[in-house]
Design a binder for this molecule. Structure first.
Ligand code: SAM
Length: 257
């Protein structure tokens, strides 16, 4: 159902066949922006893996009403759970990287306060709500089946301490002498005899780059530094390029169903 309008909603709103969504923003989008009418169908996603086909029966300024015609497992999820430890950087660059990594298939985001992250980039409640909206809209637009999570910001050291949950943890490092991402991945897959990597954590640095101390901290926590090649990418480009490469290499479900 690629060409049906998709919206993530609270799972509790989908308990009964008759659905009432008191959501003026959604009502406005359906009636005024998308110009939908009673009888039209949309797809509601509970964010937990199920997609519901809803036939609209009424649209008012504040409310969307409809009944569920069918439900099925939501498609569009990679089988690699990728966590992006996204360095806090200038707002528009951070938000661009966030949006692109959602489109590409990342499952979880942890904003990271790095040594060279600018103080002005610290996050407050309003910023976190804005990030959540960017994630939701990008997930709806890119036909994701699950709603990626965006956590509260962490310092670099506390983020590194978290990674033992992932099967593999990588740091995009602009320093000389780092192994290429492709080489390390292929060596890892062949030496571990584990062709089906299920979870991966990806770190990278802000505009000012990573400090040697951060490289040491990462390595001390078993995070492997890798290079994306001789060209130095901008802080927002590097995690996006690596996400595309990792899912291309590791996502067995990338074939269009
Ligand atoms: N000054 C530029 C900016 O304003 O964005 C670049 C800063 S820095 C190099 C950005 C971060 O991207 C680095 O800390 C690293 O994590 C990642 N990065 C960029 N190019 C890379 C490369 N060729 N290999 C590995 N990581 C890279």
């Amino acid at each position: 159902m690629k060409n049906t309008f998709r919206f993530f909603v609270e799972p509790a709103t989908l308990r009964n066949d008759l659905v009432r969504l008191e959501d003026p923003a959604l009502a406005h989008q359906l009636s005024r922006v998308l110009r939908l009418n009673p009888g039209d169908q949309i797809l509601l996603l509970d964010g937990l893996g199920t997609a519901y086909t809803l036939e609209l029966t009424a649209l008012s300024r504040k409310e969307v009403v409809g009944h569920i015609l069918a439900h099925e497992p939501a498609t569009g999820e990679p089988d690699l759970h990728l966590t992006i430890y996204l360095p806090l950087m200038r707002a528009e660059r951070f938000e661009w990287a966030l949006q692109k990594c959602v489109e590409l298939g990342a499952s979880r985001f942890v904003p990271v306060l790095c040594a060279r992250s600018l103080a002005s980039e610290r996050a407050d409640e309003r910023k976190h709500e804005r990030w959540q909206r960017i994630v939701r809209e990008a997930a709806e637009q890119s036909c994701r089946g699950l709603l990626p999570a965006i956590e509260r910001p962490q310092t670099f050291a506390s983020a590194c301490a978290q990674v033992n949950q992932a099967s593999l943890a990588l740091l995009l490092a602009e320093f000389d002498g780092m192994p290429l991402l492709r080489t390390l991945l292929r060596t890892y897959l062949t030496t571990t005899g584990n062709p089906n990597l299920t979870s991966l954590a990806l770190f990278s640095g802000p505009e000012g780059g990573l400090t040697p101390d951060e490289l040491t901290t990462a390595v001390d926590h078993g995070i492997m530094p890798v290079s994306l090649g001789p060209r130095i990418l901008r802080a927002e480009t590097a995690p996006v390029a690596a996400t595309a490469a990792l899912l291309y290499e590791l996502d067995n479900r990338s074939a269009v169903a």
